[in-house]
Design a protein around this ligand. Structure first.
Ligand code: SF4
Length: 303
């Protein structure tokens, strides 16, 4: 209730400006509560590509707002907190990817959507954690350069032995620190709980999962499941949405699980300032938009 006044103001102004508010599953609860759409990268990318709003107010991190701009270049795309970036997306540079491409000219480049617009523009196809395996399976060439998440790449590699992977050494610090031991301790405490783990977690931790799912698929799974207790091995922000969708079920975070600092940087006041002052607008070079859009368009076929 403490946010009610500012939330109502934001919704009113957004409506008057024909703005749509998109919020990632890891955003603060009070922001998720005012969003028109809450979801993972794939879901929000699709919302951005289909919206008829004039303004897209993207509550998430910068690569997500860039993705919205690439898919809806005629719209004004706003990121409420300028410095909210994804550390994993910043791990790979254009020159590092160019070196990999030069060393493996016969490989297809798959870029996880958690990359900058420049990296997407250099890739052949993008993927999200929801559709990474489908994207990889859909590639007819044998050799794949997968950037930047080594854990998601490893998850795909183990399921497609017919492919040869060149894996970049990037990772999400939140998921990469979910260890086998932490997850095992949590499981021992709650033996009846189903373990739902995100594929950005390391292979050892994934061994303890009952299901390996993107955040969007976790929401779907919990809704349909006959189980009542779940250990959620991903950034804890998703638990707000899970609780809203299934209030009678119990959700447990992994022992000592970190939160994503940049996802939590955006406050409700930032969202208010963003919609009032129409900041911070995402701008990209037309050539980057064109090339990155081609990689994203190919990805959107693999839903
Ligand atoms: S949770 Fe991980 S992948 Fe997502 S924005 Fe934070 S650092 Fe990046």
């Amino acid at each position: 209730m403490i946010y009610q006044e500012i939330q109502e103001k934001i919704k009113k102004i957004a409506k008057s400006k024909n703005a749509v508010i998109l919020a990632h599953n890891y955003q603060r609860p009070e922001i998720q509560d005012i969003a028109d759409f809450v979801g993972d990268s794939l879901h929000l990318s699709r919302c951005a590509s289909k919206t008829d709003a004039d303004i897209i107010l993207f509550c998430g991190v910068s690569f997500m707002a860039e993705t919205a701009k690439i898919l809806a270049p005629s719209k004004k795309v706003l990121l409420p907190r300028y410095e909210a970036g994804c550390p994993m997306a910043m791990m790979i540079t254009k020159s590092e990817l160019q070196k990999l491409k030069d060393n493996h000219p016969d490989a297809v480049v798959v870029a996880y959507v958690n990359t900058t617009a420049e990296i997407k523009a250099m890739a052949d196809v993008c993927c999200t954690s929801s559709n990474a395996l489908k994207v990889v399976k859909g590639i007819k060439e044998r050799k794949i350069i997968f950037v930047p998440d080594k854990n998601l790449a490893d998850y795909c590699k183990r399921r497609t032995p017919e492919k040869e992977f060149i894996i970049y050494d990037g990772y999400c610090y939140v998921h990469n620190q979910i260890t086998y031991k932490q997850l095992k301790n949590t499981k021992d405490k709650y033996p009846a709980a189903r373990v739902l783990a995100h594929p950005e977690c390391p292979f050892e931790a994934l061994q303890l999962a009952d299901e390996i799912l993107s955040t969007e698929k976790m929401v779907e799974y919990v809704e349909k499941s006959e189980y009542n207790e779940f250990i959620i091995a991903t950034e804890p922000g998703i638990i707000h949405r899970l609780k809203k969708n299934a209030p009678s079920k119990k959700f447990i975070t992994v022992e000592n699980c970190q939160i994503c600092k940049t996802m939590k940087m955006t406050t409700i006041e930032d969202v208010y300032n963003a919609i009032v002052e129409e900041k911070y607008e995402i701008t990209l070079e037309p050539d980057i938009i064109k090339k990155a859009c081609s990689s994203l368009d190919k990805m959107l076929k693999y839903i």
